[in-house]
Design a protein around this ligand. Structure first.
Ligand SMILES: C[S@@+](CC[C@H](N)C(=O)[O-])C[C@H]1O[C@@H](n2cnc3c(N)ncnc32)[C@H](O)[C@@H]1O
Length: 197
């Protein structure tokens, strides 16, 4: 069984994740809110030379990710038990990730719950600071008002350029939630962005 790293333990120490994980890899992918890890594992299979991190606050889901990765013989997966805010605060070094995926985050559709949404402009700003120049960001949701919210938030960041070509290599991969939504005829819309600076 693969290990689950808990960066939460690093809070207050200003120790970064690259002190407990080898970041010296030709490519680094991060699936934020990875859930049960279908997508994370598929990425790890496609890019065996890469470090593929799956991050989630739910431990039971990370155990499922590790189970899938072990069955697929992927030793390049790291399961991170953490909160998005902390991960994209001090825990990740700046400008080190090639591509970050945030797929079907909880949309918190009601206006009064809006502040619970993962994708605030501050959060997206923090995420992009962790991505290499020329790297990319992948955001996806089934929820149309949330999609509009994402477009508003991303348009406020001048160093993010919409670019669907950054998703070409994974256009055929579906997450668990995406597969569930497909059975309900709810398409998930994927947005790709290039990080310019
Ligand atoms: C709707 S699920 C989608 C899971 C997966 N991306 C998929 O599409 O199948 C959202 C996931 O994000 C995680 N999550 C939500 N907010 C989070 C946060 N602030 N920090 C870490 N994980 C979070 C949840 O625990 C959950 O597993």
């Amino acid at each position: 069984m693969l290990e689950i790293k808990t960066p939460l333990e690093l809070i207050g120490e200003f120790k970064r994740l690259d002190s407990i994980i080898d970041f010296n890899r030709p490519r680094i992918e991060l699936d934020m809110g990875c859930g049960k890890g279908r997508f994370t594992t598929e990425l790890a299979k496609r890019y065996p030379e890469a470090l593929v991190m799956g991050a989630d606050i739910k431990l039971d889901r990370l155990r499922k990710l590790n189970g899938k990765a072990a069955r697929a013989d992927c030793s390049n997966v790291e399961a991170l038990h953490c909160l998005g805010w902390e991960l994209f605060g001090t825990q990740l070094p700046d400008h080190t990730i090639d591509r970050v995926h945030v797929i079907c985050p909880d949309p918190w559709p009601k206006e009064r719950h809006r502040r619970n949404r993962m994708l605030s402009s501050e959060f997206v700003y923090r995420v992009t600071r962790k991505i290499k120049k020329g790297g990319s960001l992948h955001l996806a949701t089934d929820d149309l008002p949330y999609l509009e919210w994402i477009k508003t938030v991303t348009s406020q960041l001048p160093f993010l350029e919409p670019d669907q070509s950054v998703l070409a290599d994974i256009a055929d991969v579906q997450t668990e939630f995406e597969m569930n939504f497909a059975t309900q005829d709810k398409p998930v819309i994927h947005l790709g962005f290039r990080v310019l600076a």
